[in-house]
Design a protein around this ligand. Structure first.
Ligand code: TXA
Ligand code: MG
Length: 320
């Protein structure tokens, strides 16, 4: 079992020793270690059971700090960073040699982000190194949005989890990179909406990896999946079709209790997409329950955070 607490000194002590620590962010919880220490980074891959060809995000407390680790900041990247950091946006930039190849899986670019969480920002300011941190879940599983989620799956492999409450946004950061002409490409939909990004820097291209053998495996077609079969469609019809199975329903805002699912979770009774994003990962976890054979859910409106939620539902259901 990991110790769960809010003591920055204890978290810093473990990190300085090269250990991995659970940290809160506004998107999801991270599994953090010293990004400049190869052995510490290697331990992250081990704890998560993550293949080493899947690169990590480097977290720092400010744009000035990030600048120590990257070589070229395109104008539009600078604009994004100034407008949205700290916040749920990760930017891919050319790395300096000080960043170990293990962090970037040998790629020339490093993913960087300034997270918006008071405790974690304070922790980062107290350290003399940045933190490499993937989401704190076993590879391929749903990301954690509370310290208890981290404890449930990785607690026996790490010494400490910094408890910063429930993640405010509930979905991983949006990832933006730049092509040879410094034009922006969105690689992962996430907590910062495409609409917000485009208001600032104009039209973007999108390259969401939907294959089963992508360059960046975190964008694997099947990912973010709970241990149950997930079906996405019209909840009414799916409940009829699977009436002989023990079904758990995750709906956007409607109540389906009359159709007697074994369990039902409503993401946002008010139909608010931000609230739905906060709840989606914990809902998928709650349905990972021995009383349920099958999770039935539906697409949300394809705007704002709805786009990123729909992307996660696609991936959670991809193997079925
Ligand atoms: O919100 C988040 O981004 C959370 C919190 C903890 O900050 N972190 C997170 O990390 O989601 P992770 O490792 O679960 O997802 C990072 C994604 C992976 O899909 C990885 O393949 C991609 O970022 N990535 C990292 N570095 C990259 C690089 N240099 N080029 C392309 N993709 C990269
Ligand atoms: Mg992840």
């Amino acid at each position: 079992m990991a110790e769960i607490g809010t003591d920055l000194l204890i978290a810093a002590k473990h990190l300085k020793q090269g250990e991995s620590v659970g940290i809160p962010t506004e998107t999801v919880y991270g599994l953090a270690a010293n990004a400049l220490d190869e052995r510490a980074v290697l331990n992250i891959f081990k704890v998560k059971n993550r293949p080493q060809f899947d690169p990590l995000i480097l977290h720092a407390h400010s744009l000035e700090e990030v600048a120590k680790y990257v070589d070229h900041i395109p104008d539009k990247a600078g604009e994004l960073a100034k407008a949205f950091w700290p916040g749920p946006l990760t930017i891919l930039l050319k790395k300096k040699t000080i960043v170990p190849d293990l962090v970037t899986s040998g790629l020339e670019s490093v993913a960087v982000r300034v997270p918006q969480h008071e405790l974690t920002l304070e922790l980062l300011k107290s350290l003399s190194f940045p933190l490499a941190a993937p989401s704190a879940n076993p590879f391929g599983y749903v990301s954690p949005t509370t310290a208890q989620h981290v404890e449930a799956q990785l607690g026996n492999k790490i010494p400490y989890i910094l408890d910063g409450g429930s993640s405010n946004i509930g979905l991983e950061s949006t990832i933006v990179g730049f092509d040879e002409l410094d034009q922006p490409i969105i690689y992962r939909l996430g907590g910062k909406t495409v609409e917000d990004i485009e208001i600032l820097i104009g039209k973007t291209k999108t390259a969401l990896n939907k294959s089963s053998n992508p360059v960046a495996p975190g964008m694997l077609k099947s990912h973010y999946a709970p241990g149950k079969k997930v079906l996405v469609g019209d909840i009414n019809s799916l409940l009829k079709e699977y009436k002989n199975e023990r079904v758990g329903v995750i709906s956007f805002k409607e109540d389906y209790s009359e159709l007697r699912p074994v369990k039902q979770l409503i993401l946002s009774e008010k139909g608010n997409l931000d609230e739905a994003a906060q709840h989606i990962f914990s809902a998928l976890r709650k349905m990972d329950d021995p009383e349920i054979d099958l999770i039935v859910t539906e697409k949300l409106p394809d705007i704002g955070l709805g786009k990123a939620i729909n992307d996660r539902l696609d991936r959670a259901s991809a193997r079925y």
